[in-house]
Ligand binder design. Structure first.
Ligand SMILES: NC(=O)C1=CN([C@@H]2O[C@H](COP(=O)(O)OP(=O)(O)OC[C@H]3O[C@@H](n4cnc5c(N)ncnc54)[C@H](O)[C@@H]3O)[C@@H](O)[C@H]2O)C=CC1
Ligand SMILES: O=C(O)[C@@H]1CCC=N1
Length: 277
């Protein structure tokens, strides 16, 4: 008899924080995974598992040994805790994929911690995965079996878009998509401050700006055009957008944004070096 696949064997999650919750919500929301097939362990705060259980119907793992039967092990702990969590998991791994959400932690480091007992999947999600509108960049190690790869991609797609990349692109994608919501929010903060100076209340400004951002993203997607093209469409000759963009150009905004992305990617690389032994 063929061995049951990843989906039938269920998921074992280490860590019950916000990423674990986003993942659980995504994979159970539309029935991709039955919640009773999801088992969770947490180091502290046992009430977190009770919360996840009440909200989504997942259950607390009876013991770490339960991991052996799972089709997928998810490591949803802070980067600094990944080494310990994987060392603790290693004896129970039986070749099922181990998926990590930890920013900056390389596949080679994780492989070392688990004594190469399972293929490792390194991901970089962003915060909108919490509402199933995220982007998750994913790098597989070459040991992954084709069917496991498909199943992992299917599960991650429940959280939004998925982009497969070589691991060498992870630092750059961390800057672009992982930190990206932070950068867009910084620009929105600046627009909110300017709106306050123009006499809007914070609440009014936020409602107007959030819908402007969401609507712009929606139209870019619906029409399939580039940001430069959409900008050209809203820019009347000598009009208001033209005046504003000219001020942005004069202040060197494109250079500032490029410097921000470079700084973030460099920092991701530096943080990653901590785990390279
Ligand atoms: N929150 C976010 O926006 C994003 C998070 N990530 C990554 O997701 C990972 C998890 O982040 P959060 O969910 O925000 O962290 P969190 O701190 O909310 O949750 C981590 C949980 O894991 C538990 N834990 C730690 N070591 C453990 C162990 N050995 N065994 C069992 N449980 C253990 C902790 O007690 C805690 O409850 C991080 O590696 C982070 O880099 C990546 C992208 C975005
Ligand atoms: O700021 C950070 O380091 C993490 C990685 C991507 C989003 N937050």
């Amino acid at each position: 008899m063929a061995e049951a696949g990843l989906m039938a064997r269920g998921i074992f999650i280490i860590g019950a924080g916000s990423m674990a919750e986003a993942f659980i919500r995504g994979v159970t929301a539309r029935g991709a995974m039955a919640p009773e097939r999801v088992a969770v362990v947490n180091r502290r705060r046992p009430e977190r598992i009770a919360e996840l259980s009440a909200r989504y119907g997942v259950r607390e793992a009876a013991s770490w040994a339960e991991m052996s039967a799972a089709g997928l092990v998810v490591v949803a702990v802070k980067p600094g805790d990944v080494g310990d969590a994987l060392a603790q998991a290693a004896p129970f791994l039986t070749g099922q994929p181990v998926l990590s959400f930890a920013a900056g932690v390389p596949i080679s480091y994780m492989q070392e911690k688990i004594g190469r007992r399972s293929p490792v999947v390194r991901t970089m999600p962003n915060i909108p995965v919490a509402v199933q509108a995220g982007v998750t960049a994913v790098a597989f190690d070459e040991q992954i079996r084709p069917q496991d790869r498909e199943d992992v991609l299917f599960l991650l797609r429940q959280l939004g878009e998925v982009v497969e990349l070589p691991e060498t692109r992870m630092d750059a994608v961390t800057a672009l998509c992982g930190s990206g919501p932070g950068f867009l929010c910084y620009i929105l903060e600046a627009m909110e401050d300017a709106a306050a100076d123009m006499g809007f209340t914070r609440d009014e400004a936020r409602r107007l700006l959030v819908q402007t951002l969401a609507g712009t993203a929606e139209v870019l997607r619906a029409w399939g055009i580039s940001p430069a093209e959409l900008r050209a469409r809203v820019t009347s000759p000598n009009g208001t957008t033209h005046a504003g963009v000219t001020a942005m150009e004069q202040a060197g905004l494109k250079h500032v944004v490029a410097a921000a992305l470079t700084a973030a990617a460099r920092r991701a690389e530096e943080l990653g070096r901590t785990y390279r032994g």
